[in-house]
Design a protein around this ligand. Structure first.
Ligand SMILES: Cc1cc2nc3c(=O)[nH]c(=O)nc-3n(C[C@H](O)[C@H](O)[C@H](O)COP(=O)(O)O)c2cc1C
Length: 274
C-alpha cells in the first residue's frame, strides 16, 4: 500500500507544480492524474493519506475533480486533504469537499488554498478591461507569488506529515452551505461554451488537440474545432499552450498579448494527464 497519494488536475501547471512540490517534500508520495482515471469504472485509493490538488474555477471545484469525487472509493484513506490553487477569490470548494466526503463516511481533515498566477483574462470570458492581464503574468509577478507558495508548501508538508486537522480555520456560515449547494447544482447543468477560435496564424501543429484534457478539440481540415457535444473543462490549456498564440476568445481578446503556464511545468506533463 502506498502511503500518500495525491490526485491532481491542472490546466496550466499551477496545480501540477503544487502536486510535484509536495511529492518532493513528502517521501513516498505517488501522483495520480485525475483525467486519466475518469475512464475507469472503479477508482479505489491505495493510500492512507490522500490529497486532492486542483484549481478553483468560478469559486467551485472543476468538473473532472467533481466526477472523480463522485466515483472514488476512499476506503483506504484515514487522512484526507486538499490544496486548491486560485487567483485569490472567495471559494466554495471546502464546503463541497466536506459535503461529498461526508456522503462517503469520510471527513476533510485539512483544506489549503494557494494564491497563484491567473491563467486566463477573467477566468471565463475576457472583457476589454482584461488587457492588463499581461502585467499580472510578468516574470516578476510570478516570482513574487512563487516565493509565498514555497513557504506555504512547507507548512502544508508539515501539516500533512503531522496529520493536523484543519490548521486553516474557515468560518462556518449556514448561508455559505446553502449557496454552495445552489452553485454546485447550477454548474452541473449550465454548460457555457467559450467562444474559442484559431486565427490564420494557426500552423495545424495539433498541440491544442493533444493537450485538451476533455477531448473537446479535434483537428478538422487542419484547424482546431471545439466540438459542441463534448464538455469543456474550462482549463484554458489550449489558449495558453498554443505556440503561435493563434487561439483567441470571442471577438474581444484577439491580441497576441502573451500567455501563461507555470514556468516549472511543460506541455508534455499537462498532456500526460490523459
Ligand atoms: C474558468 C476559470 C475560472 C476561474 N475562476 C477562479 C475563481 O473563481 N477564483 C480564483 O481565485 N481563481 C479563478 N481562476 C484562476 C485559477 O484558479 C488559477 O489560475 C489556478 O491556479 C490555475 O490552475 P492550473 O494552472 O493548475 O490550471 C479561474 C481560472 C479559470 C480558467
Amino acid at each position: 500500500m502506498n502511503n500518500i497519494e495525491i490526485y491532481y488536475f491542472s490546466g496550466t501547471g499551477n496545480s501540477l507544480h503544487v502536486a510535484k512540490e509536495l511529492q518532493k517534500r513528502i517521501p513516498g508520495t505517488v501522483l495520480k492524474p485525475i483525467v486519466s482515471l475518469l475512464k475507469n469504472d472503479v477508482i479505489k485509493t491505495q493510500g492512507k493519506t490522500v490529497g486532492f490538488v486542483f484549481p478553483i474555477y468560478l469559486t467551485l471545484v472543476p468538473y473532472p475533480v467533481r466526477c472523480l469525487l463522485k466515483k472514488i472509493d476512499l476506503t483506504s484513506a484515514d487522512y484526507i486533504f486538499t490544496a486548491a490553487t486560485r487567483i485569490g477569490t472567495f471559494t466554495f470548494a471546502d464546503i463541497y469537499f466536506r459535503r461529498m466526503l461526508k456522503k462517503k463516511g469520510k471527513k476533510l481533515n485539512s483544506f489549503f488554498l494557494l494564491n497563484m498566477a491567473s491563467n486566463s483574462p477573467t477566468g471565463l470570458r475576457p472583457t476589454p478591461g482584461d488587457k492588463n492581464w499581461v502585467n499580472d503574468i510578468s516574470k516578476e509577478k510570478i516570482d513574487e507569488l512563487e516565493q509565498v507558495v514555497q513557504k506555504e508548501l512547507d507548512l502544508i508538508k508539515k501539516a500533512v506529515l503531522n496529520r493536523d486537522n484543519n490548521p486553516v480555520k474557515i468560518p462556518f456560515t449556514p448561508f455559505k452551505n446553502m449557496f454552495e449547494k445552489i452553485m454546485s447544482s447550477l454548474i452541473e447543468v449550465i454548460k457555457t461554451e467559450i467562444k474559442y477560435h484559431a486565427d490564420s496564424t494557426c500552423t495545424s501543429c495539433g498541440i491544442c488537440e493533444r493537450i485538451c484534457p476533455s477531448g473537446k478539440i479535434k483537428i478538422v481540415d487542419k484547424k482546431p474545432v471545439w466540438q459542441k457535444n463534448v464538455r469543456c473543462f474550462y482549463c484554458f490549456a489550449c489558449f495558453n499552450f498554443c505556440p503561435e498564440q493563434s487561439i483567441l476568445v470571442g471577438n474581444i481578446y484577439t491580441e497576441k498579448k502573451g500567455r501563461y503556464h507555470h514556468p516549472d511545468v511543460v506541455l508534455k506533463e499537462i498532456e500526460g494527464q490523459k
